[in-house]
Write a protein that binds this ligand. Structure first.
Ligand code: OSB
Ligand code: MG
Length: 375
């Protein structure tokens, strides 16, 4: 058994290069946890927790994730040692919910075990791609001209598909203006559950009229029937994000024909292993899947990019270059946009990027080394 020597739980706060506004709020600075595991033999693994300061995207927050890790997940590793990621997930499944907390620890285990095996995380997961196709997710802007300007800049920078955040009152005009300005634009929209189930025909009208390619999570998490009604005869894809938490929810949604595209986030589903399982299940049902993002730093981004290197992911990921989020990023080398709207998959051991200590220290708000409870 590989024993745990230290589990470090750091809380950081980093300013985003620009505010990110969604239907559930504005984020100017992102608060998050970094989990660092170290074995008694000196192996190290890093994981980033995507729970935000407030429980707005889902029920978890920095505080609940910290509590979950301190109370249950770290003690499991003290007891059982540094389990394989799949064994960890199997054991952690005894506690309900809290997928973001579970994922943060699982990610750190993947990094640690990949390094121990002298493999990149992508190799460890079975990913073959050397570059992954990406797009950019654009928050709600102060006005339509600002949005058109912003999207123009991202297209200029080389992004091949754009997703904009929408909500009631910020939908028809933004998509109409983008379609007018950029006739060939591959345009997705994401509402983060902001519409009532009764808004289906209205959404169908503007999304159809302005050539939106994909509508993501327009209705509340549990409103699968409303999503299924929107799917029927829609000239666009209907993507689920918040609704899909595991294989059973994916099966339920597929059974109802409530989705035609799947957003996979390790944090939402409890880890990279669970994300890989979902993508494989989707591929088996001819459902396109793609990797979503949660404004991660280069640490979580490296995990996401490795996940996106797997064959079942066929649509461009919500994983943009480091400079779209943080300047500078927490890691070296930063992620940069390459040819044909791609990011390179790191080839070095584990996640393949290293923390820049000076940047890390500048944004560190709380440092805690968890200790083994003496029995
Ligand atoms: O719904 O996909 C989402 C960011 C925070 C919370 C939810 C979402 C998002 C994004 C950003 O769309 C994607 C990214 O990290 O670039
Ligand atoms: Mg989403």
């Amino acid at each position: 058994m590989l024993e745990l020597r230290t589990c470090t739980l750091d809380e950081l706060e980093m300013p985003l290069v620009e505010p990110f506004e969604t239907s559930f709020g504005v984020e100017r600075r992102r608060r998050f946890l970094i989990v660092r595991l170290e074995s008694t033999q000196g192996d190290v693994g890093l994981g980033e927790c995507v729970a935000a300061r407030d429980p707005l995207y889902s029920g978890e927050s920095v505080t609940t994730a910290r509590w979950m890790i301190e109370t249950y997940l770290a003690p499991l590793l003290w007891r059982e040692g540094l389990l394989s990621p799949s064994e960890f997930s199997r054991r952690a499944a005894a506690w309900r919910g809290n997928p973001m907390a579970k994922a943060a620890v699982e990610l750190a285990l993947w990094d640690l075990w990949a390094r121990r095996h002298h493999r990149s995380l992508a190799e460890e997961l079975g990913g073959r791609r050397r570059r992954i196709e990406v797009g950019v997710s654009v928050g709600i802007q102060p006005d339509v001209p600002a949005l058109v300007r912003r999207v123009g800049e991202y297209l200029e920078a080389g992004y091949g598909r754009i997703k904009i955040k929408v909500r009631p009152g910020w939908d028809v005009q933004p998509v109409a203006a983008l379609r007018r300005e950029f006739p060939d634009l591959r345009l997705w929209v994401d509402a983060n559950q902001a519409y009532p189930p009764s808004a289906g025909s209205e959404i169908r009208r503007w999304a159809g009229r302005y050539g939106v390619d994909q509508v993501e999570q327009p209705f509340p998490e549990h409103a699968l029937a409303a999503h299924a009604r929107l799917v029927r005869g829609a000239p666009f894809r209907v993507c689920l994000d918040e609704s899909i938490l595991d294989l059973p929810t994916l099966e339920a949604a597929l059974g109802m024909r409530a989705l035609t595209s799947l957003n996979v986030k390790a944090g939402r589903v409890g880890g990279l292993g669970a994300g890989r399982d979902l993508a494989r299940a989707a591929a088996g049902r001819a459902l396109p899947a793609w990797v979503g993002g949660m404004l991660e730093t280069g640490i979580g981004r490296a995990h996401n990019v490795a996940l996106a290197s797997l064959a079942p992911f066929t649509f461009p990921a919500d994983l943009s270059a480091s400079d779209r989020y943080y300047a500078p990023d927490l890691v070296e080398p930063p992620f940069v946009l390459g040819p044909r709207s791609t990011l390179a998959v790191p080839r070095g051991p584990g996640i393949g990027v290293e923390i820049v200590e000076s940047v890390y220290r500048r944004h560190l708000r709380r440092h805690r080394e968890l200790r083994r409870k003496t029995p």
